[in-house]
Design a protein around this ligand. Structure first.
Ligand code: PBG
Length: 328
C-alpha cells in the first residue's frame, strides 16, 4: 500500500489551476514590504535621469512632492533617502547640516505625505571630497573619529523628522554610537536599520554614478565585507543587534541570498534586503534589448528575497512592481 502510494506522488495536482496555485503559495509579494530609494539633489527645478539606472532620477526638493504622491499612491510604505549636497569637503560636513539637502527633503516629504515612512542613509561618502565613508587619517578611513560624525548626522536627520535612520558606513560601533547620540538628543523612539552585512560589491557601480559617491582613491574593501564570508556576516549582525539595531539588512541581495537565509535563521529582528543598483540595471539593460520579460523576471527575483527570508525589500523596482502586483 505504502509503496504504491509513493509511486503515485502527484505533485502536479496542486498546480493545475491559478486558484490552486494561489491557495498553496508559500510566499507572497506585497507592495507593503517595499522601500523605494530616492536621490535628492541640492538646487531647484532638478528632475535629472540617471544614465546608469534607467527610470531613476535625481530630484531637487521642490520636485519631490509629485514623486512622493505617486509613491504613496501606489501603497509603498517607505522611502530611503540619499543626498547629493551642494558641495563636498574632507570631513563631509554637509551631512550634518540641519539645512542640508536630505534634512530639507525629510521636511518636505513629512508635509507632502505624513504617513510615508522616511528612512535616511547615514554615511559620509556622498559628502566627502574623497568619496570614502569616513574620515581619512594617515591614508586610511579612521573608524573611531568617524563615529561621532555618523551619530550627529543621524541626530540631524531625526530632528528633521526621519522615521528610521540607516547607517551604511560599515564603521565598527556605528550602531552603538548612533543609538547613544539619538537617545541623548531625545530621539529614543527613532529606530535604527543597520546595514549590517554590507559587502564590498561591484553591484554598487550604477549607484556611485547616481550619488556621485565613488571613492577617489583606493576602494572600500578595508571596511565593507569580503564577499566570500557568510559566518562573518552573522557576526556583523550579532554585533549590530547587541548595539541596539532595530532592523538589520543584507546588501546586495541577489548574489547574497544565502546570507539572507542565514540571517533569517540567526535573528528574530525584521530583516531587510537591498536589491542594489547593479541588480536593477542588469534587469533594465536585458529588458531594453528584449532579452527578458522584465515584469515576470522582476517579480520572480523580488519573490526570491521573500523566499530567502527577507521581510523588507529595498528596490528601485518598487513603483513598477507595485503597479504590476495590483494590475494598475
Ligand atoms: C553608501 C551606500 C552605497 C549604497 C547604499 N549606500 C554605496 C557604497 O557603499 O558604495 C549602494 C546602493 C546601490 O548600489 O543601490 N555607502
Amino acid at each position: 500500500m505504502t509503496r504504491e502510494l509513493q509511486g503515485n506522488w502527484r505533485l502536479r495536482r496542486l498546480r493545475r489551476t491559478a486558484g490552486l496555485r494561489r491557495l498553496v503559495r508559500e510566499h507572497e509579494l506585497d507592495a507593503g514590504d517595499f522601500v523605494y530609494p530616492l536621490f535628492v539633489q541640492a538646487g531647484s527645478g532638478i528632475n535629472a535621469p540617471i544614465d546608469a539606472m534607467p527610470g531613476q532620477f535625481r530630484y531637487s526638493v521642490d520636485r519631490l512632492p509629485e514623486e512622493i504622491a505617486e509613491i504613496a499612491g501606489l501603497g509603498i510604505p517607505a522611502v530611503l533617502l540619499f543626498g547629493l549636497p551642494e558641495s563636498k569637503d574632507e570631513t563631509g560636513s554637509g551631512a550634518l547640516d540641519d539645512g542640508g539637502v536630505v534634512q530639507d527633503a525629510i521636511r518636505s516629504i513629512r508635509s507632502a505625505a505624513p504617513d510615508l515612512v522616511v528612512i535616511t542613509d547615514v554615511c559620509l561618502c556622498e559628502y566627502t571630497s574623497h568619496g570614502h565613508c569616513g574620515i581619512i587619517r594617515g591614508g586610511d578611513v579612521d573608524n573611531d573619529s568617524t563615529l561621532p560624525l555618523l551619530a550627529d548626522m543621524a541626530v540631524s536627520h531625526a530632528r528633521a523628522g526621519a522615521d528610521i535612520v540607516a547607517p551604511s558606513a560599515m564603521m565598527d560601533g556605528q550602531v552603538h554610537a548612533i543609538r547613544c547620540g539619538l537617545d541623548a538628543a531625545g530621539f529614543a523612539q527613532t529606530p535604527i536599520m543597520a546595514y549590517s552585512a554590507k559587502f564590498a560589491s561591484a553591484f554598487y557601480g550604477p549607484f556611485r554614478e547616481a550619488a556621485d559617491s565613488a571613492p577617489q582613491f583606493g576602494n572600500r574593501r578595508g571596511y565593507q565585507m569580503d564577499s566570500p564570508n557568510v559566518r562573518e556576516a552573522l557576526r556583523e549582525i550579532a554585533a549590530d543587534v547587541a548595539q541596539g539595531a532595530d532592523l538589520v539588512m543584507v546588501k546586495p541581495g541577489l548574489p547574497y541570498l544565502d546570507v539572507v537565509r542565514a540571517a533569517r535563521e540567526a535573528t528574530d529582528l525584521p530583516l531587510a534586503v537591498y536589491n542594489v543598483s547593479g541588480e536593477y540595471s542588469m534587469v533594465k539593460a536585458a529588458a531594453e534589448r528584449g532579452w527578458v520579460d522584465e515584469r515576470a523576471l522582476t517579480l520572480e527575483l523580488l519573490t526570491a528575497f521573500k523566499r530567502a527570508g527577507a521581510d523588507i525589500v529595498i528596490t528601485y523596482h518598487a513603483k513598477e512592481a507595485a503597479r504590476w502586483l495590483t494590475g494598475s
